[in-house]
Design a protein around this ligand. Structure first.
Ligand SMILES: C[S@@+](CC[C@H](N)C(=O)[O-])C[C@H]1O[C@@H](n2cnc3c(N)ncnc32)[C@H](O)[C@@H]1O
Length: 293
């Protein structure tokens, strides 16, 4: 299927590699050394058809240049965190089991942890973060509760933060489908890993790297990601971005993409039954046009 394509490390399977054309390669980029180690173990037989790269997909252009690859046939961005990360208490992404408030996807690169934010940021900054990246209506109350709690001692464990949030959100407002701390944890994780900045840069780099006819697919897991992807793909599919009231087009903007999905694709019933975590996944796909560039 791919001559050259890029994908995260955890998502590469032996079945996918079998569909790679002879001589073709899959480049799997992941920030998480543990995801790469797992892929290396699982796919030891892949040989030259799989290239594992440790890094941020925001730097896709640089990674491809280093590999001497000018263009690719496909890019898949499978966003957010993996089950491997979420279910490992030592990584600090989840709150079902107690662990350190870390949340770095790449513990070898970034030094900022969730504990640094929770214990170091001012109350107003914390509230703004939890509202912006968590879309949490009780952000102010949660930030105030965090500041109160840390006066006793710094919050260093996921369980302490979970309990602090539980106390800050009135029981009658607890959401039905998710834990009341889910959105706060999401906000911290996005900030620690600069997830939205990486997505913006990575998506543009992916569009730039595609050959005509090549496709980019993005799987988003929450509305902030999906809105960013939807808008970026939409703009890349427009032939003009002049204000609507302007009678004549003066912009030099030309469409580089054709949208295959006007509406995002969601998991069907069979997939939901096999993989309940797919319930929030939204897939959007677009194809690179031949713009003569
Ligand atoms: C949703 S998971 C992929 C799960 C994979 N499909 C599987 O089935 O195991 C997202 C993966 O992308 C990685 N990741 C997230 N943002 C990244 C970025 N900006 N650059 C590189 N890797 C990133 C995470 O470390 C994680 O391993």
């Amino acid at each position: 299927m791919f001559v050259d394509g890029t994908l995260g490390a955890g998502g590469v399977t032996a079945a996918l590699l079998e569909r790679v054309r002879p001589g073709g390669r899959v480049i799997a980029i992941d920030r998480d050394p543990a995801a790469l180690a797992g892929a290396r173990r699982r796919l030891a037989a892949a040989g030259d058809s799989l290239i594992l790269v440790h890094g941020d997909f925001a730097d896709l252009s640089e990674h491809l240049a280093q590999l001497g690859i000018a263009a690719v046939d496909g890019v898949t961005l499978d966003l957010g965190i993996s089950s491997l990360q979420l279910d490992d208490p030592a990584r600090g992404f989840g709150f079902r089991h107690d662990g350190p408030l870390d949340m770095r996807m790449d513990p070898t690169a970034g030094t900022l942890t969730a504990a640094d934010i929770v214990n170091g940021w001012g109350e107003a900054e914390l509230a703004a973060l939890i509202r912006r990246y968590g879309e949490e209506r009780f952000a102010r109350g949660i930030a105030a509760a965090v500041v109160r709690a840390r006066r006793e001692h710094p919050l260093t464990a996921t369980g302490e933060l979970r309990e602090t949030v539980e106390r800050a959100v009135p029981r009658r407002y607890w959401p039905k489908r998710i834990h009341p701390a889910t959105k706060t944890f999401q906000a911290l994780r996005i900030e620690v890993n600069h997830e939205l900045e990486s997505l913006e840069r990575g998506l543009q780099a992916a569009i730039d790297a595609l050959r005509p006819g090549g496709r980019v697919g993005v799987i988003a897991f929450h509305s902030l990601e999906d809105t960013l992807v939807k808008n970026a793909l939409h703009v890349a599919a427009l032939n003009c971005v002049c204000p609507p009231q302007q009678p004549i087009c003066t912009c030099a903007h030309r469409a580089t993409l054709f949208l295959h999905t006007r509406k995002a694709i969601k998991a069907d019933a069979a997939e939901l039954a096999a993989n309940p975590r797919s319930r929030s996944a939204r897939l959007r796909v677009a194809e690179r046009l031949d713009t003569g560039l």
